[in-house]
Unconditional design. Structure first.
Length: 395
């Protein structure tokens, strides 16, 4: 037996006491969804405190078990709820097998190393300390890496279990957070901008399964912003799988607001109509919150007074994970989650249509409600939600 596999350390899920089993099952489902497209057979195996993914190269598949395990490990680094992802080798319970596996795992490294061994099965013929010394000296013989027990560059872990031995290195950090779906469902208002994809990522990481709603300026604009939203959702789909993008052509509704004399309140009236449409769609999708990329003070619609006026438009909670972040921090995160390049592509954002010369930074709720009453805004929102086009931008 010399089986390449992947070892996953759980994130915060370990704190969840009684519901833990349910959350673990959800995480297992998410893991299976994530590897679906890889062409690799994966078996999910819950062990004490860790998940082991056993990898079978597909019959007649393109790659061997080694490469398959590398692919799976890479994919796992995008799944929410995992603290660490480690490539591992599962071997027979014999010291020589463990030594060979360890030597193989650290090939091609540089810097110092240490070996930490643990025996869950005390019947194993040699002690943890002895095993660590044996493996350490063999690695030194083989590659000449210096040992550093305090702050090694690479740590080799050996776990002697009841039926097998796992050999692995520290691996790489996972996304952390909670498994997607654990906190329920939300609908993200997705522009083609930088902020809303980051907001979506943050809420997925707190366990919300996200659907996406984009408003294009069509028929007053071209479809470019829809392509961007599609591309962004496709990137974000790596973190949850099975995402849906709903697209609403908003241009005519914007024109109605403008010709009803919204004036300085045009942008705020648009934003409230977007939220109302979001709430109507959320009800159909059984989503129980809206998510936006608002950040306090970033643009005129995001003053505290205006945010309060936006909250007044719907009864659903509006989650704003970026509220306290600086633009440079948001940009940094957008780069890290690989949405920035798409957000920076040019498009004609619907919000830049029909913009008044002056923008109200202290919108009064009564004034907004009056404009909406004239137009039957709640009916408009229902109709817009009903006419939304659904896309499946899976990877
Ligand atoms: P972003 O970078 O996300 O576009 P922004 O800084 O440009 O945000 P606004 O244009 O005021 O700020 O939008 C604030 C939030 O309103 C966005 O983060 C998004 O959640 C929502 N929103 C704005 N425009 C649209 C749109 N066309 N479709 C869907 N949601 C939108
Ligand atoms: Mg925007």
């Amino acid at each position: 037996m010399h089986e390449p596999c992947v070892l996953l350390k759980l994130g915060e899920i370990v704190l969840k006491g009684r519901n833990r089993q349910q959350f673990e099952r959800l995480l297992h489902d998410n893991i299976r969804r994530a590897v679906r497209g890889l062409g690799v057979g994966v078996r999910v195996w819950q062990r004490e405190g860790v998940i082991v993914l056993r990898v079978a190269a597909a019959e007649g598949g393109e790659f061997g078990a080694q490469t398959a395990a590398d692919l799976v490990a890479e994919r796992m680094s995008q799944v929410m709820g995992l603290a660490r992802v480690c490539r591992a080798i599962r071997v027979a319970k014999e010291p020589e097998a463990a030594i060979e596996a360890a030597v193989q795992l650290v090939a091609g490294r540089s810097g110092t190393f240490a070996v930490r061994a643990r025996r869950r099965d005390k019947r194993f013929p040699i002690t943890s300390a002895e095993l660590a010394v044996m493996i350490g000296s063999r690695i030194q013989q083989e590659y000449g890496y210096p040992v550093n027990l305090r702050a090694p560059d690479t740590t080799v872990f050996i776990e002697v279990d009841q039926h097998e031995v796992f050999v692995f290195t520290d691996g790489r950090p996972g996304q952390g957070g909670l498994p997607v779906g654990m906190s329920g469902r939300a609908l993200v208002l997705m522009s083609g901008g930088i902020d809303s994809p980051v907001a979506a990522y943050r809420m997925m990481r707190r366990g919300l399964r996200c659907g996406y709603l984009h408003f294009s300026g069509m028929p007053l604009t071209g479809p470019e912003s829809v392509y961007k939203a599609y591309g962004l959702v496709r990137q974000l789909d790596r973190y949850q799988s099975d995402s849906r993008l709903y697209v609403v052509a908003f241009g005519n509704a914007q024109r109605k607001l403008a010709s009803s004399g919204a004036g300085k309140l045009q942008i705020m009236a648009q934003r409230r109509l977007m939220l109302k449409t979001g709430a109507a769609l959320a009800a159909r999708l059984k989503a129980t919150a809206l998510v936006t990329g608002d950040s306090l003070g970033q643009v005129s619609s995001q003053t505290l007074t205006n945010i309060t006026a936006l909250d007044d438009a719907v009864r659903l909670p509006i989650l704003r994970p970026l509220i306290g972040m600086d633009k440079t921090e948001i940009i940094g995160e957008a780069r890290r989650i690989e949405t920035l390049a798409i957000s920076e592509l040019p498009d004609q954002d619907c919000c830049s249509l029909l913009t008044p010369r002056q923008v109200e930074t202290r919108a009064r709720i009564e004034d907004l409600r009056r404009i909406e009453a004239r137009l039957d805004a709640d009916d408009m929102a229902e109709e817009l939600a009903a006419a939304a086009q659904v896309h499946v931008p899976g990877s």
